[in-house]
Ligand binder design. Structure first.
Ligand code: SF4
Length: 249
């Protein structure tokens, strides 16, 4: 099947363990007020790539990715193209790749279920821990994300939790404590806090400017304060472990 691609990064180090090929897929159903990838929202945007072409692009750097990295599908929301990813991921698993999906969650469907059987790691972006603020921030119910997390845990699938920190929105120790507690299971491998930045502001659609969150970039002091608290909260968290799962056929 063809895939809609927003952009490709040959050697990424921020989206999963080790050195990775990162494939940013087009399309996102959320509308996060601080999104810095608004140009990836449209499913009809991006470039059409055949599965074979994308496979060949990955294989060019296979030897680097296999050292201790892999492939990450990000977006946009990569799970909107779950059906098209299944065939490609099967081929990649046969070649020994570690596969990660960087997602903000979707409502579960059969394609996503099937895809979860093949991949090694989910990087789950949880925007907020308060359901009301979550809805305001993303336009979507928090329940969908929490249900998605429960499914990961039931499937014993390794996951990382990510949260973009926006000052005045989700920068309190109390909120962080809830995030740590709500997302804990023996399969959680780390929590990553990411500072909000404004570099994607110019990509916001003109007709949505009024609903955007024009927050300042998150300060180093805020990040230090939260990361130190996180170290204290998540002593149980094994942040170094990366498990490659055998392929389920
Ligand atoms: S889920 Fe990600 S890509 Fe989609 S709107 Fe939110 S921040 Fe943007």
């Amino acid at each position: 099947m063809d895939l809609k691609i927003h952009k490709l990064e040959s050697f990424g180090t921020l989206d999963g363990p080790g050195l990775r090929g990162v494939i940013f897929l087009s399309g996102c159903h959320k509308s996060c007020r601080y999104c810095h990838n608004a140009d990836s929202w449209s499913l009809s945007g991006g470039e059409v790539w055949s599965e074979d072409a994308l496979y060949d692009w990955i294989m060019r750097n296979k030897s680097y990715y296999l050292i201790n990295g892999g492939i990450t599908f990000s977006g946009g929301e990569p799970l909107l193209q779950a059906k098209a990813l299944i065939g490609l991921c099967h081929r990649l698993k046969k070649e020994g790749f570690h596969i990660a999906i960087d997602t903000a969650s979707v409502t579960m469907n059969q394609d996503v279920e099937d895809l979860l059987k093949i991949i090694d790691l989910i990087i789950l972006d949880i925007k907020h821990v308060n359901p009301v603020t979550f809805l305001w921030l993303t336009g979507e119910m928090m329940e969908i994300t929490i249900n998605f997390l429960e499914i990961l845990i039931n499937r014993k699938l390794d996951y990382w939790i990510r949260q973009v920190i926006v000052e005045g929105v989700n920068d309190t120790i109390e909120e962080l404590k809830i995030l740590e507690k709500k997302t804990y299971s023996r399969y959680r491998r780390r929590i990553e806090l990411i500072p909000h930045h404004n570099m994607g502001r110019h990509k916001w659609p003109i007709d949505s400017i009024e609903t955007r969150l024009d927050a300042d970039e998150t300060s180093e002091q805020t990040m230090d304060r939260l990361n130190q608290a996180l170290l204290f909260f998540s002593k149980k968290d094994n942040t170094n472990e990366t498990i490659k799962r055998p392929m389920e056929i």
